[in-house]
Design a binder for this molecule. Structure first.
Ligand code: NAD
Length: 524
């Protein structure tokens, strides 16, 4: 086996790999040289310098695995790798401690004004009175996103004798309790109560600009806010105003809406501490990432499954051909139920019927459903391989069953999600493409694809029109509409495909229409 290490990684990872493979280290390889030589390799390890676009991947005839020694895979065309049957792996757990520690650094630097005091002292000013600080002891830490990094920040803040509250709508309350935080129902409550707010969520349509003018208004005027997650979660224009007008006490950012951030108006302010996206940059994180991905490559060379596969290469010619279509269905309905159900899912019941129930690949279907369910919620790195473990660590209980074949369909998959608030069910089938044929007992027929909208409303004259009109006011065009109801005048459900994404404001206005019980958008 031949492996190329195309970006500088820790020596320990290289050593491990050398035990099983012929390793070439060329960390200055150019895109042209890589294009010419990639066909020789069985594995390639990259960080972020080396790009793997579709044209290069097309030439990678022997490649089995692309390993990213780190987290983000923006430099790899994952779809092209999937089509070519190449696994893409990463090392998402390698940076958690490092990012949590950097978050602590920003918190301490802000609350004790260390960065500006350092600059002033080195200018010879000795401004003892200017830098009055605050203690962390007995203050309330508010964590938005209690995943790998958020939970590590909580552990560290406990040592500072802080109280911890959290908002993470996808985390069951009992799991949060074990993590030692009080889980809140709404982000609004967290923003009102916390002294120190720290963000550890992925950037998704739901989290984009989820901290903006309205949210800054809710915070204490002494509140401090930190973002070591992704630029774009905080609306920077709104942050600038909030800091300038003294609506909040201070902020710390490692990530920015536009990077590299060289000319950002936030830099004018002295109540913000900024670092250039370095929260994950420590020797230990790089060493761990190198060791983790080297081990993953070794696993693949031994014919075993690595831990952190990001993609699911098609398995044509492997005896699993018929499974591929159902895998697409499983991925879609897992993602659908995750986005459509309200509250943290505690239990997921999966019922297979028809041909799909008899295929030997059922475990893979279940894992793909869980992967689909977790992908909109957690950061990069959920795969069919690690999905069960991640679900378990998040307190998600999964049951599987089979029923007799339905006369009208060759195969059906029914998912029922129980959350702390409600129960939601969806039934899907595969008819040349994945189709959703039932939602909460109502018959529908829709392809889960692109931007979608779902609403529960009262079946009274004008309800459908009022929702359509609101979307129209926001310039959102409806593609397909399906409605279902229990009895005339009773409860009804509407599912729409949208030609463009509906803004949050449109959804909020629809929710406040008197005849609408609930509304949400989905991306499939
Ligand atoms: P994770 O997947 O382990 O945790 C994310 C958590 O956010 C999950 O518990 C999920 O339930 C929760 N969540 C999802 N949507 C939410 C919402 N709307 N409101 C509240 N909670 C929500 O991810 P992680 O590994 O802890 O990473 C967290 C963030 O840190 C990611 O954005 C990641 O890209 C970023 N990160 C940044 C750096 C850096 O260099 N600055 C390095 C590594 C990771």
């Amino acid at each position: 086996m031949k492996a190329l290490i195309a970006d500088a990684i820790n020596e320990k990872g290289i050593e491990n790999l050398k035990e099983v493979a012929d390793v070439v280290v060329d960390t200055s390889i150019t895109p042209e040289e890589l294009y010419e030589t990639i066909g020789e390799y069985d594995a390639i390890i990259v960080r972020s310098r080396t790009k793997l676009p579709a044209e290069t991947i097309a030439k990678a005839d022997n490649l089995k695995i692309i390993a990213r020694a780190g987290v983000g895979v923006d430099n790899i065309d994952v779809n092209a790798a999937t089509e070519k049957g190449i696994m893409v792996v990463n090392a998402p757990e390698s940076t958690s401690i490092t990012v949590a520690e950097h978050t602590m650094g920003l918190i301490l630097s802000t609350i004790r004004k260390i960065a500006i005091a350092d600059a002033s002292t080195k200018e010879g000013k000795w401004e003892k009175k200017r830098f009055m600080g605050m203690e962390l002891k007995d203050k309330t830490l508010g964590v938005i996103g209690m995943g790998r990094i958020g939970s590590q920040v909580v552990n560290r803040c406990k040592a500072f004798q802080m109280d911890a509250i959290a908002y993470d709508p996808y985390l069951p309350a009992d799991v949060a309790k074990q993590m030692g935080v009080e889980l809140l129902e709404t982000q609004e409550e967290l923003l009102k109560r916390a002294d120190v707010i720290t963000i550890h969520v992925p950037l998704t349509p739901e989290t984009k600009h989820s901290i903006s003018t309205e949210q800054f208004e809710m915070m204490k005027d002494t509140a401090l806010i930190f973002n070591c997650a992704r630029g774009g979660i905080i609306d920077e224009d709104a942050l600038y105003e909030a800091l300038k007008e003294g609506k909040i006490g201070g902020a710390g950012l490692d990530v920015f809406e536009e990077e590299p951030a060289k000319d950002n108006k936030l830099f004018e302010l002295d109540n913000i501490v900024c670092t250039p996206h370095i929260a994950a940059s420590t020797k230990e994180a790089q060493r761990d990432a190198a060791i983790i991905v080297a081990d993953e490559v070794i696993e693949v060379f031994k014919g075993e499954m690595p831990r952190n596969i990001i993609n699911m290469p098609r398995m044509d010619n492997s005896g699993f051909e018929e499974a591929n279509d159902y895998l697409e269905l499983c991925d879609k309905i897992g993602s659908f139920i995750s986005q459509a159900s309200q509250g943290a899912i505690k239990e997921l019941e999966i019922v297979y019927s028809g041909e799909i129930a008899d295929l030997a690949t059922q475990e893979l279907f279940t894992r793909t459903i869980i992967k689909g369910l977790l992908t909109p919620i957690v950061n990069e790195g959920v795969s069919a391989v690690n999905a069960r473990n991640i679900a378990k660590s998040r307190g998600l209980n999964i049951t599987e069953a089979k029923t007799d074949k339905n006369e009208s369909y060759n195969s059906l998959v029914k998912l029922t999600a129980k959350t702390d608030k409600s129960e939601f069910s969806v039934v899907g089938t595969y008819l040349h493409e994945p189709r959703i044929i039932e939602i909460n007992g109502y018959r529908v027929d829709v392809k889960p694809e692109g931007d979608m909208f779902i609403a529960n409303y009262k079946d009274i004259p004008g309800s459908i029109g009022s929702i359509g009109t609101k979307l129209g006011e926001y310039n959102v065009n409806v593609g397909i509409m399906q409605v279902g109801r229990d009895i005339p005048g009773g409860k009804a459900i509407m599912i729409l495909t949208l030609d463009n994404e509906a803004p949050k404001e449109a959804i909020e206005e629809i929710k406040s229409l008197g005849n609408v019980d609930d509304a949400t958008t989905l991306k499939l």
